[in-house]
Design a protein around this ligand. Sequence first.
Ligand SMILES: *Cc1c(COP(=O)(O)O)cnc(C)c1O
Length: 383
Amino acid sequence: MNDVLKKSVPGGAAAESVTITEAAAGAILTIDLGAIRENYRRLKARLGGARCAGVVKADGYGLGAAQVAAALAREDCDTFFVALLSEGIALRRSLGPVPAIHVLSGMAPGAEGEAEAAGLTAVINSVEQLAAWRTAARRAGRKLPVAIQVDSGMSRLGMAAVEVEAVAGDPRAFDGIDVTLVMSHLACADEPAHPANERQRLEFERLRKMLPKAPASLANSSGIFLGSRFHYDLARPGATLYGINPTPAEPNPLLPVVRLEAKVIQTRMLEAGAGVGYGHTFHTPAPLAAATISFGYADGWHRRAASAAWFEGVRLPFLGRVSMDSIILDISALPPGRLKAGDLVELIGPSQTVDQAAGHAGTIGYEILTSLGHRFHRRYVNG
Ligand SMILES: *Cc1c(COP(=O)(O)O)cnc(C)c1O
């Protein structure tokens, strides 16, 4: 049996992932690790003396947590955040024993042992999680590091004020617990004038004073741009590392990181009155040159996104609906025969940033990146 066939044997080597070569791929995702490192340096410069962590949840915002974290580690980043225990365990394997890895969701009840074994720092969001962690410490026979998250006004995660007051009044609350960080998260940091930012900061100040003395952390990417009052000891940027604009009303102070290109499968001349794509939501008003690309909603592009691809700076609008594996483009803006099968058109890159692509899809850059599919040839450059 040759290697290709072996990989398709059910239950055998089937779980092994097949490397997608550039020739075989329908689309190519290029991730500029050098740009991620430069973005990290720019954020650090803006932070002055505060430390800068790397948030690599959701597989490094879709770009590969292992590769991103390794690039950040080369910039001496030694503190990371993921959302889930499984992400933390995978990251521990790839980063080795030294860096601090925080799990933002804390631990699901019963998973404490696994987290402790992997040397992960739980972000404790409730008195229940704190109690479970005390038990885990007793079982482990040693003090365990934890971060305490307080809810300063987002109502999503973290101890509410009454819970903070309760643990503050309980001398046994932190038995076996080494509080290494007190943190909270901002709801409206991308709107600098929003009054919730300062309200949350003041509430964070009030709550953290009731807790064991520890370094403090409040700012995500956009929080870093609210000024030094929001920096505290450690910032937790994610989006900005990946080139998403933290200040949507102003030019992006970070470098773009991602380039996404899809291959042309075929081109054709459509006659006037042709119905295009599923549901015939578009009919050609006149003869029109079209190209079909190997990229669709299964690759993470919204089915209803009114959007376009680009070729050598020329905009090629989508025609009709996005299919699972393909999209039809209007290429009549190009000279006849200019675009051929196998050519690459740009979906994210110099002609269309992540934030612009998100705007056309009615969403945010975060969702564009974390939705990116798994059928691309991935190319890491400037590592
Ligand atoms: C996702 C997340 C971050 C990073 O946010 P960005 O806006 O991507 O910088 C920081 N802290 C917490 C608690 C988060 O959930």
